[in-house]
Design a protein around this ligand. Structure first.
Ligand SMILES: [Mn+2]
Length: 346
């Protein structure tokens, strides 16, 4: 083989050089993805969000990931038990169901991480971020969390105006809020695992007073839609990554709520809020985080195929979710090619 190498013609050498150059411009390290479906809806009152995982698969997620050179393993959908007598605790609804579902999810995410893959959790409602982030942190240690959402989901069980746990997920995960969280059935396994300084919010526009107070009190970095308007999404992402990587490069967990995108594009979701990210801004966030090479866990939640008024509403929501995920795992709008691509010679 070594003599063959030495015998390469100038033309072959030039081609090999061009190929290396192309690879340099298109870094496409093989990405290994582990998909977990979490068809769970008890963190909020609307039925249908449990159909998210299968709708996203049916829209071609796995095919798309394969096409762009990812190694994909689908771990299938989790099944969840319905605890009997799941009465509200204080104002908080379905506590036991949410607690046990997230414990199961945490274990599933840990298994995917131990297999050496980027975990991709398809929800389901956003209460599932509790188990997903908990499991991710249990497997890899300290995380940076990028939470892309119209809402901050940081009410505590004592401040929640609705009792829905999908609006409280982050409160269970933050070290700084530990003393504000009451003891709840089926939640004893949850240990806070995220520091306020390792969290960035993008896309906020619908916060409760207690949530706004909490974020200011803890000094959480946030880019509301006002900052997205003022700075532009490119600067927002640059500042996000500078901030999170200031001290050390930690693995990044991206928790993407589809309602971060404007409901004109993604209407099939439970709590839409006008004035959201455009399709292009949404994609840019995913592309930028992919290119850090630090994405280690991803959630895509709150796609609810029963919430659209028309078939097109649902189609647009689900296909946007797929596009966001493909961008998370290497798809570029400029185009892609397989790493071993060779131009045919006449
Ligand atoms: Mn959310």
């Amino acid at each position: 083989v070594s003599t063959m190498r030495g015998a390469r013609t100038p033309r072959q050498l030039a081609l090999a050089f061009t190929r290396r150059l192309l690879h340099h411009r298109h870094p496409q390290q093989q990405r290994s993805v582990g998909i977990i479906g979490a068809p769970f809806s008890k963190g909020q009152p609307r039925r249908g969000v449990d159909r998210g995982p299968d709708a996203i698969r049916a829209a071609g997620l796995l095919h798309g990931l394969h096409e762009q050179g990812c190694a994909v393993k689908d771990y299938g959908n989790l099944t969840f038990e319905e605890p009997p007598d799941d009465e509200p605790v204080g104002r908080v609804k379905h506590v036991r169901a949410v607690g046990s579902a997230n414990q199961r999810l945490s274990e599933a995410v840990q298994a995917v991480k131990l297999d050496g893959r980027v975990s991709l959790m398809l929800g389901g409602d956003h209460s599932l971020a509790i188990g997903s982030i908990h499991g991710h942190a249990a497997a890899v240690g300290q995380l940076a969390v990028v939470w892309v959402d119209a809402h901050a989901d940081v009410n505590t069980p004592l401040t929640t105006p609705t009792g829905n746990i999908h609006g409280q997920s982050m409160s269970f995960l933050l070290h700084e809020l530990h003393s504000k969280i009451p003891i709840l059935p089926n939640f004893s396994w949850v240990k806070p695992c995220v520091s306020a300084k390792d969290l960035v919010y993008i896309g906020l526009r619908d916060l409760d007073p207690a949530e706004h107070y909490t974020l200011k009190l803890l000094g959480v970095k946030l880019f509301s839609m006002t900052e997205v308007d003022r700075l532009g999404v490119a600067r927002v992402m640059e500042e996000t990554c500078d901030y999170l990587c200031a001290k050390a490069k930690k693995p990044i967990h991206l928790s993407y709520d589809i309602d971060a995108i404007d409901p004109a594009v993604t209407p099939a979701t439970g709590t839409p809020a006008v004035g959201g990210l455009s399709y292009r801004e949404g994609l840019y966030i995913a592309e930028h985080l992919c290119q850090t090479g630090l994405l280690s866990g991803v959630d895509l939640v709150e796609v609810n195929p029963l919430r659209g008024r028309t078939k097109d509403d649902v189609r647009s929501t689900v296909s946007t979710a797929v596009d966001l995920l493909l961008a998370c795992f290497g798809r570029l709008r400029e185009g892609n090619h397989p790493p071993d691509y060779v131009l045919p010679e006449p």
